[in-house]
Write a protein that binds this ligand. Structure first.
Ligand code: SF4
Length: 439
Protein backbone atom coordinates (compact mmCIF):
# COMPACT_ATOMS: atom_id res chain seq x y z
CA UNK A 1 0.00 0.00 0.00
CA UNK A 2 1.74 3.18 -1.09
CA UNK A 3 -0.93 5.69 -0.21
CA UNK A 4 -2.23 6.58 3.20
CA UNK A 5 -5.67 5.76 4.44
CA UNK A 6 -8.05 7.88 6.52
CA UNK A 7 -11.28 6.72 8.17
CA UNK A 8 -14.09 8.83 9.59
CA UNK A 9 -16.90 8.26 12.01
CA UNK A 10 -19.64 10.84 12.49
CA UNK A 11 -21.93 11.13 15.48
CA UNK A 12 -24.84 13.53 15.72
CA UNK A 13 -26.54 15.86 13.32
CA UNK A 14 -26.52 16.69 9.60
CA UNK A 15 -24.16 19.59 10.14
CA UNK A 16 -21.64 17.16 11.60
CA UNK A 17 -22.06 14.85 8.59
CA UNK A 18 -21.41 17.81 6.34
CA UNK A 19 -18.29 18.76 8.30
CA UNK A 20 -17.02 15.17 8.11
CA UNK A 21 -17.48 15.12 4.36
CA UNK A 22 -15.59 18.41 4.18
CA UNK A 23 -12.67 17.01 6.17
CA UNK A 24 -12.66 13.81 4.08
CA UNK A 25 -12.42 15.99 0.98
CA UNK A 26 -9.32 17.70 2.43
CA UNK A 27 -7.67 14.32 3.01
CA UNK A 28 -8.64 13.11 -0.46
CA UNK A 29 -7.08 16.22 -1.99
CA UNK A 30 -3.81 15.33 -0.25
CA UNK A 31 -3.76 11.83 -1.71
CA UNK A 32 -5.39 9.84 1.08
CA UNK A 33 -7.77 6.99 0.41
CA UNK A 34 -10.95 7.20 2.51
CA UNK A 35 -11.90 3.84 3.99
CA UNK A 36 -14.65 2.59 6.29
CA UNK A 37 -14.18 3.20 9.97
CA UNK A 38 -13.98 -0.52 10.73
CA UNK A 39 -11.00 -0.94 8.38
CA UNK A 40 -7.27 -0.56 8.89
CA UNK A 41 -6.26 3.10 8.45
CA UNK A 42 -3.37 5.44 9.21
CA UNK A 43 -5.64 8.17 10.53
CA UNK A 44 -8.98 7.88 12.32
CA UNK A 45 -11.12 10.93 12.83
CA UNK A 46 -14.15 10.82 15.06
CA UNK A 47 -16.44 13.81 14.55
CA UNK A 48 -17.97 13.91 18.00
CA UNK A 49 -21.32 15.08 19.26
CA UNK A 50 -22.47 16.40 22.58
CA UNK A 51 -26.13 17.04 21.89
CA UNK A 52 -27.64 13.65 22.55
CA UNK A 53 -27.34 12.07 25.93
CA UNK A 54 -25.11 9.34 24.61
CA UNK A 55 -23.02 11.60 22.40
CA UNK A 56 -20.08 11.90 24.77
CA UNK A 57 -20.06 8.22 25.70
CA UNK A 58 -20.29 7.05 22.09
CA UNK A 59 -17.57 9.49 21.09
CA UNK A 60 -15.22 8.08 23.74
CA UNK A 61 -15.96 4.49 22.70
CA UNK A 62 -15.31 5.28 19.04
CA UNK A 63 -11.97 6.91 19.83
CA UNK A 64 -10.84 3.84 21.75
CA UNK A 65 -12.06 1.50 19.04
CA UNK A 66 -10.00 3.37 16.45
CA UNK A 67 -6.76 2.72 18.30
CA UNK A 68 -7.60 -0.97 18.60
CA UNK A 69 -7.99 -1.18 14.83
CA UNK A 70 -4.46 0.12 14.34
CA UNK A 71 -2.38 0.87 17.44
CA UNK A 72 0.03 2.94 15.31
CA UNK A 73 -2.67 5.13 13.79
CA UNK A 74 -3.14 8.80 14.58
CA UNK A 75 -6.49 9.23 16.27
CA UNK A 76 -8.16 12.64 16.18
CA UNK A 77 -11.28 13.89 17.94
CA UNK A 78 -13.13 16.70 16.19
CA UNK A 79 -16.56 18.32 16.61
CA UNK A 80 -18.81 19.52 19.41
CA UNK A 81 -17.80 17.19 22.23
CA UNK A 82 -14.12 17.87 21.53
CA UNK A 83 -14.88 21.59 21.52
CA UNK A 84 -16.81 21.67 24.80
CA UNK A 85 -14.88 19.09 26.82
CA UNK A 86 -11.27 18.97 25.53
CA UNK A 87 -10.06 18.22 29.05
CA UNK A 88 -12.19 15.03 29.13
CA UNK A 89 -10.85 13.99 25.72
CA UNK A 90 -7.28 14.65 26.81
CA UNK A 91 -7.73 11.96 29.46
CA UNK A 92 -8.41 9.32 26.80
CA UNK A 93 -4.93 7.86 26.21
CA UNK A 94 -5.79 6.72 22.67
CA UNK A 95 -6.35 10.27 21.40
CA UNK A 96 -3.50 12.09 19.63
CA UNK A 97 -5.12 15.21 18.21
CA UNK A 98 -8.04 17.28 19.49
CA UNK A 99 -9.66 19.67 17.05
CA UNK A 100 -13.00 21.33 17.80
CA UNK A 101 -15.53 23.02 15.55
CA UNK A 102 -13.06 25.49 14.08
CA UNK A 103 -9.63 25.25 12.38
CA UNK A 104 -10.65 22.00 10.70
CA UNK A 105 -8.97 23.35 7.61
CA UNK A 106 -5.66 22.54 9.30
CA UNK A 107 -6.54 18.95 10.04
CA UNK A 108 -4.33 17.35 7.38
CA UNK A 109 -1.34 19.51 8.34
CA UNK A 110 -1.94 18.67 12.00
CA UNK A 111 -1.93 14.94 11.18
CA UNK A 112 1.14 15.11 8.95
CA UNK A 113 3.10 17.25 11.40
CA UNK A 114 2.09 15.18 14.41
CA UNK A 115 4.96 14.18 16.68
CA UNK A 116 4.49 10.89 18.47
CA UNK A 117 4.06 10.88 22.22
CA UNK A 118 2.30 14.22 22.52
CA UNK A 119 -1.34 15.26 22.52
CA UNK A 120 -1.93 18.07 20.07
CA UNK A 121 -4.80 20.22 21.32
CA UNK A 122 -6.00 22.73 18.72
CA UNK A 123 -9.20 23.74 20.49
CA UNK A 124 -9.52 27.50 20.87
CA UNK A 125 -12.17 29.84 22.26
CA UNK A 126 -15.06 29.33 19.84
CA UNK A 127 -16.94 32.34 21.26
CA UNK A 128 -14.32 34.60 19.70
CA UNK A 129 -14.53 33.13 16.20
CA UNK A 130 -16.23 35.52 13.77
CA UNK A 131 -15.67 34.00 10.34
CA UNK A 132 -17.48 31.19 8.56
CA UNK A 133 -14.92 28.48 7.99
CA UNK A 134 -15.00 27.74 4.26
CA UNK A 135 -14.33 24.07 3.70
CA UNK A 136 -14.13 23.32 0.00
CA UNK A 137 -16.57 20.56 -0.84
CA UNK A 138 -19.38 19.97 -3.27
CA UNK A 139 -21.94 19.24 -0.58
CA UNK A 140 -22.99 16.14 1.27
CA UNK A 141 -24.59 13.89 -1.24
CA UNK A 142 -26.84 10.97 -1.83
CA UNK A 143 -26.50 11.53 -5.58
CA UNK A 144 -29.82 13.40 -5.98
CA UNK A 145 -30.01 15.59 -2.89
CA UNK A 146 -27.14 17.71 -1.63
CA UNK A 147 -26.84 19.43 1.74
CA UNK A 148 -25.24 22.85 1.63
CA UNK A 149 -24.05 24.44 4.79
CA UNK A 150 -24.92 28.13 4.71
CA UNK A 151 -24.12 29.17 8.25
CA UNK A 152 -22.44 28.05 11.44
CA UNK A 153 -23.19 28.80 15.10
CA UNK A 154 -26.14 30.17 17.03
CA UNK A 155 -26.72 33.25 19.25
CA UNK A 156 -30.01 32.20 20.79
CA UNK A 157 -29.01 30.34 23.93
CA UNK A 158 -32.08 28.17 24.48
CA UNK A 159 -31.61 27.12 28.08
CA UNK A 160 -31.30 23.37 27.33
CA UNK A 161 -28.92 23.65 24.40
CA UNK A 162 -25.14 23.33 24.41
CA UNK A 163 -24.73 24.30 20.76
CA UNK A 164 -23.98 28.03 21.21
CA UNK A 165 -21.11 27.00 23.51
CA UNK A 166 -19.94 24.24 21.16
CA UNK A 167 -20.23 26.05 17.84
CA UNK A 168 -19.92 29.72 18.81
CA UNK A 169 -21.74 32.75 17.38
CA UNK A 170 -23.52 32.99 14.02
CA UNK A 171 -21.17 33.09 11.02
CA UNK A 172 -22.83 33.14 7.61
CA UNK A 173 -21.34 31.93 4.39
CA UNK A 174 -20.94 34.50 1.62
CA UNK A 175 -23.85 34.32 -0.89
CA UNK A 176 -21.53 34.10 -3.92
CA UNK A 177 -19.75 31.16 -2.38
CA UNK A 178 -23.06 29.36 -1.75
CA UNK A 179 -24.27 29.99 -5.29
CA UNK A 180 -20.97 28.79 -6.77
CA UNK A 181 -21.42 25.53 -4.91
CA UNK A 182 -25.07 25.22 -5.99
CA UNK A 183 -24.08 25.76 -9.64
CA UNK A 184 -21.38 23.11 -9.36
CA UNK A 185 -23.90 20.69 -7.86
CA UNK A 186 -26.44 21.39 -10.60
CA UNK A 187 -23.74 20.79 -13.19
CA UNK A 188 -23.04 17.43 -11.57
CA UNK A 189 -26.68 16.45 -11.93
CA UNK A 190 -28.05 17.24 -8.47
CA UNK A 191 -31.70 18.25 -8.57
CA UNK A 192 -32.40 18.98 -4.92
CA UNK A 193 -30.52 21.10 -2.40
CA UNK A 194 -31.09 21.40 1.33
CA UNK A 195 -29.87 24.63 2.86
CA UNK A 196 -28.57 23.59 6.20
CA UNK A 197 -26.79 25.01 9.22
CA UNK A 198 -27.02 25.18 12.97
CA UNK A 199 -29.68 27.90 12.89
CA UNK A 200 -30.53 28.78 9.28
CA UNK A 201 -33.04 31.45 10.30
CA UNK A 202 -30.07 33.49 11.55
CA UNK A 203 -28.46 33.46 8.12
CA UNK A 204 -27.04 36.92 7.39
CA UNK A 205 -27.32 38.23 10.96
CA UNK A 206 -23.57 38.87 10.96
CA UNK A 207 -23.58 40.68 7.58
CA UNK A 208 -23.92 44.41 7.24
CA UNK A 209 -25.68 44.02 3.88
CA UNK A 210 -29.15 43.08 5.13
CA UNK A 211 -29.01 39.83 3.14
CA UNK A 212 -30.99 37.05 4.80
CA UNK A 213 -32.31 33.52 4.34
CA UNK A 214 -34.97 34.55 1.80
CA UNK A 215 -32.33 36.13 -0.46
CA UNK A 216 -30.41 32.86 -0.54
CA UNK A 217 -33.55 30.83 -1.22
CA UNK A 218 -34.36 33.16 -4.13
CA UNK A 219 -30.84 33.03 -5.55
CA UNK A 220 -30.76 29.23 -5.35
CA UNK A 221 -34.14 28.97 -7.02
CA UNK A 222 -32.78 30.96 -9.97
CA UNK A 223 -30.08 28.34 -10.54
CA UNK A 224 -30.77 26.27 -13.64
CA UNK A 225 -30.87 22.53 -13.06
CA UNK A 226 -31.94 22.77 -9.41
CA UNK A 227 -35.55 21.68 -9.19
CA UNK A 228 -36.13 21.51 -5.48
CA UNK A 229 -35.06 23.54 -2.47
CA UNK A 230 -35.48 22.61 1.15
CA UNK A 231 -34.11 24.27 4.25
CA UNK A 232 -33.54 22.87 7.70
CA UNK A 233 -35.41 23.65 10.90
CA UNK A 234 -36.81 27.15 11.52
CA UNK A 235 -38.91 28.65 14.32
CA UNK A 236 -42.51 29.82 13.85
CA UNK A 237 -41.39 33.44 14.09
CA UNK A 238 -39.80 33.07 10.65
CA UNK A 239 -43.22 32.33 9.09
CA UNK A 240 -44.39 35.89 8.59
CA UNK A 241 -46.92 36.96 5.94
CA UNK A 242 -44.19 38.52 3.83
CA UNK A 243 -41.97 35.41 4.08
CA UNK A 244 -44.84 33.20 2.88
CA UNK A 245 -45.79 35.66 0.17
CA UNK A 246 -42.28 35.53 -1.22
CA UNK A 247 -42.18 31.73 -0.95
CA UNK A 248 -45.46 31.39 -2.81
CA UNK A 249 -43.76 32.85 -5.86
CA UNK A 250 -40.94 30.30 -5.72
CA UNK A 251 -42.20 27.06 -7.20
CA UNK A 252 -39.01 25.13 -6.44
CA UNK A 253 -39.40 25.46 -2.67
CA UNK A 254 -40.70 22.18 -1.27
CA UNK A 255 -43.96 21.96 0.60
CA UNK A 256 -42.38 20.88 3.82
CA UNK A 257 -41.41 22.88 6.89
CA UNK A 258 -39.53 21.55 9.84
CA UNK A 259 -40.95 23.96 12.38
CA UNK A 260 -39.38 23.52 15.82
CA UNK A 261 -41.91 23.40 18.63
CA UNK A 262 -40.01 21.89 21.63
CA UNK A 263 -43.03 22.42 23.92
CA UNK A 264 -46.70 23.38 23.60
CA UNK A 265 -46.77 24.97 27.05
CA UNK A 266 -46.08 28.71 27.17
CA UNK A 267 -44.64 28.40 30.66
CA UNK A 268 -42.12 25.80 29.47
CA UNK A 269 -41.36 27.70 26.27
CA UNK A 270 -40.42 30.70 28.43
CA UNK A 271 -38.24 28.54 30.66
CA UNK A 272 -36.58 27.22 27.49
CA UNK A 273 -36.02 30.80 26.23
CA UNK A 274 -37.69 29.87 22.95
CA UNK A 275 -39.08 33.38 22.19
CA UNK A 276 -42.45 32.34 20.73
CA UNK A 277 -45.78 31.28 22.19
CA UNK A 278 -47.97 28.26 21.48
CA UNK A 279 -50.46 30.64 19.83
CA UNK A 280 -47.78 31.99 17.49
CA UNK A 281 -46.86 28.43 16.58
CA UNK A 282 -50.48 27.55 15.82
CA UNK A 283 -50.93 30.66 13.72
CA UNK A 284 -47.74 29.93 11.73
CA UNK A 285 -49.13 26.47 10.89
CA UNK A 286 -52.49 27.93 9.87
CA UNK A 287 -50.75 30.40 7.56
CA UNK A 288 -48.73 27.62 5.97
CA UNK A 289 -51.80 25.44 5.39
CA UNK A 290 -53.74 28.34 3.89
CA UNK A 291 -50.97 28.73 1.31
CA UNK A 292 -50.27 25.03 0.77
CA UNK A 293 -53.04 22.79 2.23
CA UNK A 294 -51.01 19.63 1.63
CA UNK A 295 -47.82 20.96 3.20
CA UNK A 296 -46.00 18.64 5.60
CA UNK A 297 -45.12 20.24 8.92
CA UNK A 298 -42.72 18.22 11.04
CA UNK A 299 -41.29 19.14 14.41
CA UNK A 300 -39.06 18.44 17.40
CA UNK A 301 -40.51 18.16 20.90
CA UNK A 302 -38.58 17.71 24.13
CA UNK A 303 -40.31 15.54 26.73
CA UNK A 304 -39.72 16.14 30.43
CA UNK A 305 -37.99 19.53 30.45
CA UNK A 306 -37.35 20.54 34.12
CA UNK A 307 -40.63 21.51 35.76
CA UNK A 308 -42.80 20.06 32.95
CA UNK A 309 -46.03 18.86 34.56
CA UNK A 310 -48.48 16.39 33.06
CA UNK A 311 -50.69 19.38 32.17
CA UNK A 312 -47.77 21.10 30.37
CA UNK A 313 -47.02 17.92 28.47
CA UNK A 314 -50.65 17.52 27.45
CA UNK A 315 -50.48 21.01 25.97
CA UNK A 316 -47.64 19.77 23.74
CA UNK A 317 -49.73 16.78 22.62
CA UNK A 318 -52.75 18.97 22.06
CA UNK A 319 -50.87 21.54 19.99
CA UNK A 320 -49.20 18.86 17.85
CA UNK A 321 -52.67 17.41 17.22
CA UNK A 322 -54.25 20.75 16.35
CA UNK A 323 -51.36 21.67 14.07
CA UNK A 324 -51.58 18.28 12.31
CA UNK A 325 -47.87 17.73 12.70
CA UNK A 326 -47.07 14.94 10.27
CA UNK A 327 -43.96 13.73 12.06
CA UNK A 328 -42.73 14.40 15.59
CA UNK A 329 -39.10 13.89 16.52
CA UNK A 330 -39.44 13.31 20.25
CA UNK A 331 -36.46 13.58 22.60
CA UNK A 332 -36.30 12.96 26.32
CA UNK A 333 -34.83 16.06 27.97
CA UNK A 334 -31.16 15.44 28.65
CA UNK A 335 -29.27 17.84 30.94
CA UNK A 336 -26.13 19.32 29.43
CA UNK A 337 -23.45 20.43 31.83
CA UNK A 338 -22.99 24.20 31.62
CA UNK A 339 -26.50 25.01 30.35
CA UNK A 340 -28.99 26.88 32.59
CA UNK A 341 -31.64 24.12 32.33
CA UNK A 342 -29.26 21.50 33.75
CA UNK A 343 -29.19 23.49 37.01
CA UNK A 344 -32.97 24.05 37.15
CA UNK A 345 -35.08 22.59 39.90
CA UNK A 346 -37.71 19.95 39.15
CA UNK A 347 -35.74 17.62 36.88
CA UNK A 348 -38.11 14.99 35.47
CA UNK A 349 -37.50 11.35 36.30
CA UNK A 350 -36.36 9.08 33.44
CA UNK A 351 -39.48 6.87 33.46
CA UNK A 352 -41.79 9.87 33.01
CA UNK A 353 -39.61 11.16 30.18
CA UNK A 354 -39.68 7.80 28.42
CA UNK A 355 -43.43 7.53 28.82
CA UNK A 356 -43.93 11.01 27.36
CA UNK A 357 -41.64 10.23 24.43
CA UNK A 358 -43.67 7.10 23.75
CA UNK A 359 -46.93 9.06 23.78
CA UNK A 360 -45.47 11.64 21.40
CA UNK A 361 -44.33 8.93 19.00
CA UNK A 362 -47.76 7.31 19.14
CA UNK A 363 -49.34 10.60 18.18
CA UNK A 364 -46.74 11.06 15.47
CA UNK A 365 -47.66 7.72 13.87
CA UNK A 366 -51.36 8.52 14.05
CA UNK A 367 -50.91 11.96 12.51
CA UNK A 368 -48.66 10.53 9.83
CA UNK A 369 -51.24 7.98 8.76
CA UNK A 370 -53.92 10.67 8.60
CA UNK A 371 -51.56 12.81 6.52
CA UNK A 372 -50.81 9.93 4.14
CA UNK A 373 -54.52 9.13 3.83
CA UNK A 374 -55.22 12.71 2.79
CA UNK A 375 -52.76 12.29 -0.09
CA UNK A 376 -54.01 8.98 -1.49
CA UNK A 377 -55.47 9.15 -4.97
CA UNK A 378 -53.56 12.33 -5.78
CA UNK A 379 -50.71 12.78 -8.21
CA UNK A 380 -47.33 14.14 -7.10
CA UNK A 381 -43.96 14.80 -8.62
CA UNK A 382 -41.56 12.32 -7.03
CA UNK A 383 -37.80 12.64 -7.19
CA UNK A 384 -36.61 9.04 -7.33
CA UNK A 385 -33.42 8.71 -5.37
CA UNK A 386 -32.49 5.07 -5.25
CA UNK A 387 -33.27 1.54 -6.36
CA UNK A 388 -34.07 -0.74 -3.45
CA UNK A 389 -33.92 -4.00 -5.42
CA UNK A 390 -36.46 -6.08 -7.34
CA UNK A 391 -37.25 -3.19 -9.70
CA UNK A 392 -38.49 -1.00 -6.84
CA UNK A 393 -37.47 2.65 -6.74
CA UNK A 394 -37.83 4.96 -3.80
CA UNK A 395 -38.12 8.72 -3.77
CA UNK A 396 -39.78 11.70 -2.16
CA UNK A 397 -42.67 13.97 -2.92
CA UNK A 398 -42.18 17.66 -2.40
CA UNK A 399 -44.03 17.28 0.94
CA UNK A 400 -41.51 14.67 1.97
CA UNK A 401 -43.43 11.40 1.73
CA UNK A 402 -41.35 8.41 0.81
CA UNK A 403 -42.91 6.80 -2.25
CA UNK A 404 -42.05 3.39 -3.75
CA UNK A 405 -42.89 2.38 -7.30
CA UNK A 406 -42.11 -0.52 -9.55
CA UNK A 407 -40.32 0.24 -12.79
CA UNK A 408 -38.44 -1.95 -15.23
CA UNK A 409 -36.45 1.08 -16.40
CA UNK A 410 -33.87 2.88 -14.32
CA UNK A 411 -35.60 6.01 -13.00
CA UNK A 412 -32.92 7.12 -10.55
CA UNK A 413 -32.56 10.90 -10.24
CA UNK A 414 -35.69 11.56 -12.31
CA UNK A 415 -38.67 13.62 -11.23
CA UNK A 416 -41.83 11.81 -12.38
CA UNK A 417 -45.56 12.29 -11.91
CA UNK A 418 -46.73 9.52 -9.62
CA UNK A 419 -50.16 8.54 -8.32
CA UNK A 420 -50.16 7.75 -4.59
CA UNK A 421 -52.03 4.46 -4.20
CA UNK A 422 -51.66 2.74 -0.88
CA UNK A 423 -50.08 3.22 2.53
CA UNK A 424 -47.34 0.63 3.14
CA UNK A 425 -46.57 1.75 6.71
CA UNK A 426 -45.97 4.99 8.66
CA UNK A 427 -42.87 5.58 6.56
CA UNK A 428 -43.88 4.77 3.00
CA UNK A 429 -46.58 5.00 0.36
CA UNK A 430 -46.91 2.77 -2.67
CA UNK A 431 -47.20 4.72 -5.90
CA UNK A 432 -47.72 4.17 -9.60
CA UNK A 433 -45.91 6.06 -12.33
CA UNK A 434 -48.36 8.21 -14.24
CA UNK A 435 -46.09 9.98 -16.59
CA UNK A 436 -45.31 8.02 -19.70
CA UNK A 437 -41.64 7.97 -20.26
CA UNK A 438 -39.15 6.06 -22.38
CA UNK A 439 -41.35 6.13 -25.47
S1 SF4 B 1 -31.91 27.93 18.41
FE1 SF4 B 1 -31.76 27.13 20.48
S2 SF4 B 1 -31.90 24.91 20.20
FE2 SF4 B 1 -31.38 25.75 18.19
S3 SF4 B 1 -29.12 25.68 18.12
FE3 SF4 B 1 -29.69 27.70 18.87
S4 SF4 B 1 -29.64 27.52 21.10
FE4 SF4 B 1 -29.72 25.44 20.28
Amino acid sequence: MDHKRAAFLTLGCKVNFYDTEAMAELFRARGYEIVDFGEFADVYIVNTCTVTNLGGKKSRQALRRAKRLNPNAIVAAAGCYAQTAPEEIEKIPEVNIIIGTDKRKNIVDAVEGYEKGRVLNLVGDIMKVRDFERLGIDGLKNRCRAYIKIQEGCNRFCTYCIIPYARGPVRSREPDDIIDEVRALAKNGFKEVVLTGIHVASYGLDFKTGIGLMDIIKAVSETDGIERIRFSSVEPTVITDSFLEELSGLSKVCRHFHLSLQSGSDRILRAMNRRYTSEEYFSACEKIYSLWPDCAITTDIIAGFPGETEADFEESLDLAKRCKISKIHAFPYSPKKGTPAAAMKGQTDPATKQDRVRRLLELSDKNRRAFFESLLGKGYDVLFERATGGGIYEGHTTNYCTVCVKSDKNIENMVLKTALKEIINEEKIKGELKQLIFQ
